[in-house]
Design a protein around this ligand. Structure first.
Ligand code: SR1
Ligand code: MG
Length: 407
């Protein structure tokens, strides 16, 4: 019998006892054990860092019955199992690029994850305008390996279908389908966070543009129906631990089988939020690095994907000449489309990003928001025009000029 045989939401005191019970492979020094809630956290779960005086440490992450961002949202606590199992699989596809999972526990809906406090959460580093020269190389490798190796191009089709069954979370898909792929365009559930001075602009550019709505509707149905690869599903800078010599991706609870371009587009959009913040702060070298990083991420993704495809392809029909090029073009179309929806939802939807909301000067914040809205529309409306990294950053520069003209 253990008091952890039934689910309850733990606090910092509980997690020490819980860690001792669950992580027996570490020789914990009970007398010196401590726990804290780390500074950075996401919108959904509870995270604790537990350590002792002998240098042992771990993160304990628990799914609460309600999300942190809204008590009205109660996605299944099974999301912790989902996240743990996806990270364990991602570790096989891209070794060392995710934190080690010590255990996961389907009763307490909690897992023990490698302590990554020697890294920083990338969004925090972006707010300090820090530069990470190897990020594009690392994140492009992570995306190529996890996406391509979990797809029908490489994986046995029956095995892949088993994974579709295992990694489907109706509640978390529902969040994405509403928060990302619908509400930014109609505020149907009256929970968008629109910056008041930008309300008329949002109404005109997002809520009233029917041609845009049609393209977003297609992207929504693609997300719901195209089980292309096991994507991360929330690959923003708050889901990445970074330092100068390494990158680790975490928080894979939104992972499911969906279009690969959803992940690549999320990375592009979240780099643009960092650019917005750098622009408002006058951090020119940082902004330059961000634009170069967007370009390198896309170009490296294309190059590595193409090479890895040739090495790893097992599906006979995927070897037909011309198929690889057609498949990659589809991913790039989706990358543009979902970069657009991420740009929009983080600007006007329920879950905003601090990169933009902490811009104190009203005019600079309006500039940032309008860059996101214009660039996002360009990506969504002209998906087939984005074939290189430079194409993606040209849209940002064009959006900046257009946004400046509105102010
Ligand atoms: C209700 S959760 C809001 C957002 O936070 C997560 O990180 C996902 O991005 C989700 O859409
Ligand atoms: Mg998250």
């Amino acid at each position: 019998m253990s008091r952890f045989d039934h689910y309850f939401q733990m606090n910092v005191c509980d997690v020490i006892e819980y860690t001792l019970e669950k992580v027996r492979e570490i020789d914990w020094d009970l007398g010196s054990m401590e726990a804290i809630v780390p500074k950075s956290h996401g919108n959904l779960n509870y995270v604790y860092r537990v350590w002792d005086g002998k240098g042992h440490s771990i993160y304990i992450k628990q799914a609460g019955t309600e999300t942190r961002i809204s008590k009205d949202m109660k996605p299944s606590t099974d999301r912790n199992r989902l996240e743990s199992e996806i990270i364990m699989l991602e570790d096989k596809f891209a070794p060392g690029m995710v934190p080690h999972i010590y255990f996961f526990d389907t009763v307490m809906c909690a897992c023990g994850m490698e302590d990554c406090s020697d890294y920083v959460v990338m969004r925090d580093a972006m707010l300090q305008h820090e530069i990470f020269p190897r990020f594009a190389d690392d994140i492009s490798t992570f995306m190529v390996e996890t996406l391509l190796l979990s797809s029908d191009v490489v994986m046995d089709h029956k095995e892949k279908k088993e994974l579709i069954r295992k990694f489907i979370s109706p509640d978390l898909c529902d969040i994405t389908e509403k928060l990302v792929l619908m509400e930014p365009y109609n505020d149907l559930n009256h929970r968008n966070n629109v910056f008041a001075p930008n309300a008329d602009f949002v109404k005109k550019e997002l809520y009233s543009d029917e041609k845009l709505h049609l393209e977003v509707a297609k992207l929504k149905f693609k997300f719901m129906t195209e089980a292309q690869a096991l994507m991360h599903g929330d690959l923003h800078t708050g889901s990445i631990f970074i330092r100068q010599d390494a990158t680790k991706v975490f928080d894979s609870e939104f992972g499911t089988y969906a279009p690969m371009g959803y992940d690549v587009g999320n990375v592009v959009a979240n780099l643009i939020f960092a650019y917005d913040n750098g622009l408002a702060a006058g951090a020119a070298a940082f902004c330059d690095w961000i634009l170069k990083t967007i370009e390198k991420t896309i170009d490296l993704f294309i190059g590595k994907f193409s090479e890895r495809f040739d090495e790893a392809v097992t599906e006979p029909m995927a070897k037909v000449p011309g198929f690889k090029e057609w498949y990659l073009e589809g991913i790039l179309n989706d990358t543009a489309g979902y970069a657009g929806t991420e740009l929009h939802r983080r600007t006007v939807g329920m879950a905003n990003v601090v990169d933009v909301t902490t811009i104190a000067d009203e005019k600079k914040r309006l500039l940032a928001e309008r860059i996101n809205i214009f660039a996002g529309k360009d990506y969504i409306m002209h998906q087939s025009s984005f074939r290189t990294g430079a194409d993606f950053t040209a849209a940002v520069k064009k959006a900046k000029e257009a946004a400046e003209r509105t102010l």
